[in-house]
Design a protein around this ligand. Structure first.
Ligand code: GLU
Length: 529
């Protein structure tokens, strides 16, 4: 029987979980799921300054939000624990003892100053610096033991076999890879303070945790030959390596802040659904069949395989992510949608409560000025936002009614406020300058007449306050007024919604009170005409 797959995601908790890290996590998780293996989360927290509890929580929360459940690791435990490197110091000490017994390491007493001076001198020579010059490699063992016993500071270095041929391995993505061994210097495994270096700790952990496949970013490719040397020194067989290509921005440069959001948290806060993010990231360097773009977690988890990972750099195309997110938003049920949208629905309500009185006044003295300044931003206080959140959470059923109005038009949930805040603005409804110019003030459009006629329909208590009835009655005005439907209804849209672009007009009207709608219309008529 084939050996059970065990993979790990091993973030250093130095800040947010970046998109590249999330992609690595997803590939490991999906590979474990597809093979019935174990997915392990290991926290590489050896940097004492940056590895804070907060940073660990940030990573764990991002993993949870993405839905990447781990079989072993923080919070869930497991037989190969602990899963924080700082709690595994004893295992590194044991591994060092093993290396000493095997004669694979030696103590090095060179001081930092000596090493720096040698490096500087070597850098000035033609060949440049070729690594540590192995001064301490041939120290008399008895002398070395004496110096250690006397408490002299020392590191432990790997005794790289001088006759080692090329370090070759088959990468599951890159294929055959080979590095010359003679350029590998005798790297430090344990520092003077007894702490393990990165490569040593990773090898010890991967070996002790029974990791079968190391799937990680190709920024680690150059570490791999060093790690293989450590496995050999310990007398262990290295795992299979799979290095993932870089993620580039659309301009072909390494993905960075310049390209916009780069952390999972930011994507969450901008209203992306985690299903969409997982789907999108799974396709950054892997494909199901080269065609399928929308696929569920179940499909990814059952179909993922290393042989469909490409070594070509992956391009992070935010337009595609937005499109994909829109697809996932449309697939939500109203109930799912409203629950996922609470933060933005609260913002929307808060904006409604915070609009200044007089926002309905066209924001320029000359309403037809195309260069009119943009309206002032609306300031929302924390208290207003908190109250709005409570209001939304207390009445989710009502907010579900907004679903049909926008679900087809959203690429991100954070677009909800800009699309729907108008519903809450009442007679202060902010008017879009361009819409006023193009629709209400257009020569010969008879916008004032159209609005007056529609107002009559909306004011008539005999008309049931429903989208269907109101729409039918307003449309019926087209003939007697001898007006095209567009000329009849667009002015009403601008008067009620403040903008010529809005969700379906009568469905929006139905959600407002009759008195509210009439007040909006009256305010606009008084201001604009
Ligand atoms: N802790 C390393 C990092 O955050 C990953 C180590 C590995 O995957 O081998 O980049």
């Amino acid at each position: 029987m084939a050996e059970k797959v065990r993979v790990r995601f091993a973030p250093s908790p130095t800040g947010r979980l970046h998109i590249g890290g999330a992609r690595t996590a997803i590939f490991n998780w999906a590979f474990a799921r597809a093979t019935g293996g174990d997915f392990i989360l290991r926290i590489e927290d050896t940097d004492p300054e940056r590895s804070t509890k907060e940073n660990v929580d940030v990573i764990l929360n991002a993993m949870k939000w993405l839905g990447l459940t781990w079989d072993e690791g923080p919070e869930v435990g497991g037989e190969a624990g602990p899963y924080f490197q700082m709690q595994r110091m004893g295992t590194y000490a044991e591994a060092l003892e093993r290396l000493k017994e095997r004669g694979a390491v030696y103590p090095c007493f060179c001081t930092k100053e000596e090493l720096d001076a040698k490096r500087e001198a070597a850098e000035k020579t033609e060949g440049g610096y070729a690594g540590y010059d192995r001064t301490c490699r041939d120290l008399d063992p008895e002398e070395a033991a004496r110096r250690i016993a006397a408490g002299e500071a020392h590191t432990w270095r790997l005794k790289v076999p001088l006759d080692h041929g090329p370090i070759a391995f088959t990468d599951a993505v890159y294929g055959g890879v080979s590095f010359p061994a003679d350029v590998m210097d005798d790297m430090i495994l344990v520092r003077t303070d007894g702490s393990p270096t990165y490569n040593f700790a990773v090898v010890c952990d991967d070996a002790n945790m029974g990791i079968t496949h190391v799937i990680r970013g190709d920024d680690h490719l150059s570490n791999t030959p060093r790690q293989i040397l450590i496995y050999e020194a310990l007398g262990l067989t290295p795992p299979t390596f799979a290095h993932l290509s870089m993620i580039l921005g659309p301009d072909g440069k390494k993905l960075s802040k310049r390209h916009g959001a780069t952390s999972v948290e930011e994507y969450r806060d901008r209203g992306y659904l985690s299903d969409a993010v997982v789907n999108f990231l799974a396709l950054l360097g892997w494909s199901l069949d080269g065609e399928t773009t929308i696929m569920s977690r179940e499909t990814i988890c059952s179909e993922f395989s290393l042989d469909r990972i490409t070594k070509k750099d992956a391009i992070f195309d935010e337009t595609k992510l937005n499109w994909m997110n829109g697809v996932y938003i449309r697939e939500t049920t109203p109930d799912e949608w409203v629950r996922a949208s609470v933060p933005w629905l609260a913002q929307m309500v808060a904006l409604g409560k915070s609009v200044p009185v007089g926002a309905n006044v066209v924001p320029t003295e000359n309403p037809s000025d195309p260069n009119a300044p943009a309206p002032e931003p609306i300031i929302v206080s924390d208290e207003t936002l908190a109250a709005a959140k409570a209001q939304v959470e207390g009445d989710l059923a009502w907010y579900e009614r907004l679903y049909p109005l926008v679900v087809e038009r959203l690429e991100r949930l954070d677009q909800i406020p800009e699309k729907l805040a108008f519903l809450f603005w009442g007679a202060n409804c902010r008017l879009d300058q361009k819409s006023v110019n193009k629709v209400l003030l257009k020569d010969g459009a008879r916008a004032d007449e159209a609005i007056a006629a529609c107002r009559g329909v909306l004011a008539d208590e005999a008309n049931e306050w429903s989208a269907a009835v109101l729409e039918e009655k307003c449309r019926a005005l087209s003939e007697p007024l001898d007006m095209k439907l567009k000329n009849l209804l667009q002015p009403l849209r601008v008067a009620v919604c403040g903008n010529m672009v809005s969700p379906p007009l009568f469905e929006s009207i139905e959600l407002m009170d009759r008195a509210d709608v009439l007040a909006r219309i009256d305010a606009v008529v008084a201001t604009v005409f």
